[in-house]
Write a new protein. Structure first.
Length: 457
């Protein structure tokens, strides 16, 4: 039987006008074969199907069927050991593949959908998105989508943020509850660290203290779902795919503010006015009924102070919101506790007065940073920090910190001299007659210029 390439060659030579004898001599085949394939034309060759050889596990298939019918959950490893006791000499992989074919299929369990009354529950979660802003071409950013979905009406409130820290979570909660106009009786979370710290010895869930304070202020009860079970809060998990496919993909965004602006417009015009596929109701109409069942917001706004652990560097800098913040901490580097408000952005350009508590003992690795006043700092606040009353103890060190990467130009804090400045001062003092080199050396030990080398004779 000729191969497909030889058949194509015979037909091509025949179309060129070569005789049967010339084609047979050129390809080295018989003339009768050439005539036969020219008469048949171009047809795919037909091969005989090979006979299936019996495998080494076929003799034990009846035993495997019997065992799996009685106990469908038996593992392939155990069945392989049982077959080896009965004289099987094959490997584990062939038994595993055969068990996968013979194991009876388990019917899929039905999922019980639970619904909550109006104003009873809301669900909160984060989702990761990768975006490239127009203002930053060629730079791919990772942003997180905070979403809160009401369980009864399926109303969606969402916002893109840069971090998942505790301050961001609290700010998003406050903004969501104010936009909704009320608070549900409970909010369901997964095991994210900003909400759940873990479990105690009795197995009870330990919630984040700052989140508990926020829940106490607005009157809702935090509730953690079972770990590794996203179906428990499917009402907030499923809209993430809807937002990604219907809004995010193919969009063009200048920056984070533009991204959130387009998201709010999409929520107001597309997502919330739609007919929900599960409830078969318009989301906004169902929310109008649920809003009456929500708890009223408190009259006073939520104000709290978050205690944040920060390690001070040897340059007197602490990191606030990812930005190095200048401060004056005596005694070198160490770990400090700073405080900030969740309702105020960490990237604010307002100068703030802080109070640095001295360490409890020599060599201790911890201290305390306490917020005193916000910019514009009044003279009374500065005087109160610089000259504390006798009732205030211990004595504290004041400093002004601007919550940006630029250092503040305030008289209470002098920046360290640069190397060039120290070197010029040193050379100027050397030029003065009657002054030793040690006296001319600048006071900053980190800015000593190198001494000139002297040649050896």
């Amino acid at each position: 039987m000729l191969k497909l390439g030889e058949l194509v060659m015979i037909l091509d030579l025949h179309r060129q006008g070569l005789s049967v004898s010339a084609i047979a001599r050129q390809l080295g085949v018989d003339r009768k074969t050439v005539r036969a394939y020219i008469a048949k034309g171009l047809e795919p060759p037909v091969y005989k199907k090979r006979a299936v050889r019996p495998g080494i596990v076929d003799h034990f298939e009846a035993y495997l069927r019997e065992r799996l019918a009685a106990y469908p959950a038996l593992t392939a490893v155990r069945l392989w050991r049982e077959l080896k006791e009965r004289g099987f000499v094959g490997g584990y992989s062939i038994v595993r593949d055969r068990v996968r074919e013979l194991r009876p299929a388990q019917p899929a369990a039905f999922q019980v959908r639970f619904e909550t009354p109006a104003g009873e529950q809301a669900q909160v979660d984060f989702a990761r998105f990768e975006v490239q802003f127009v203002d930053e071409p060629g730079v791919k950013r990772i942003v997180w989508l905070f979403s809160m979905v009401l369980g009864y009406s399926r109303l969606i409130w969402a916002r893109f943020v840069v971090h998942q820290d505790l301050q961001t979570v609290l700010r998003c909660h406050i903004a969501a509850l104010e936009a909704i106009g009320g608070a549900p009786r409970e909010i369901l979370y997964d095991r994210m660290k900003t909400a759940v710290l873990g479990q105690d010895a009795e197995g009870l869930v330990v919630y984040n203290r700052a989140l508990v304070d926020l829940a106490r202020h607005y009157g809702f009860q935090p509730r953690a779902c079972r770990p590794y079970r996203p179906k428990t809060k499917g009402k907030v998990e499923r809209p993430f795919r809807y937002i990604r496919e219907d809004f995010f993909l193919g969009g063009v965004f200048r920056n984070l503010d533009d991204l959130n602006g387009q998201l709010r417009h999409w929520l107001d015009t597309v997502a919330n006015p739609r007919v929900h596929a599960t409830t078969h109701r318009v989301v906004n109409e169902a929310f109008a009924e649920e809003k009456a069942a929500l708890q009223a917001l408190p009259s006073a706004p939520y104000r709290a102070v978050l205690h944040l652990e920060r390690r001070a560097s040897h340059e007197g800098m602490v990191s606030v919101g990812g930005n190095p913040t200048a401060c004056l901490i005596r005694g070198g580097g160490g770990s400090s506790t700073s405080t900030s408000s969740p309702t105020k952005s960490a990237s604010s350009r307002a100068a703030c007065w802080w109070q640095v508590m001295p360490r409890s003992k020599v060599g201790a690795r911890s201290g305390s940073i306490r917020h005193i006043a916000s910019s514009p700092a009044s003279a009374d606040a500065v005087q109160a920090v610089q000259n504390p009353s006798p009732s205030r103890a211990p004595v504290t060190t004041p400093f002004v910190a601007r919550l940006t990467s630029t250092r503040p130009s305030v008289a209470a804090w002098q920046p360290r001299r640069s190397y060039d400045e120290c070197f010029l001062r040193h050379r100027a003092r050397q030029d003065q007659p009657g002054q030793s080199e040690d006296a001319a050396r600048p006071g900053n030990p980190r800015c000593h210029p190198a001494r000139p080398r002297t040649r050896r004779n």
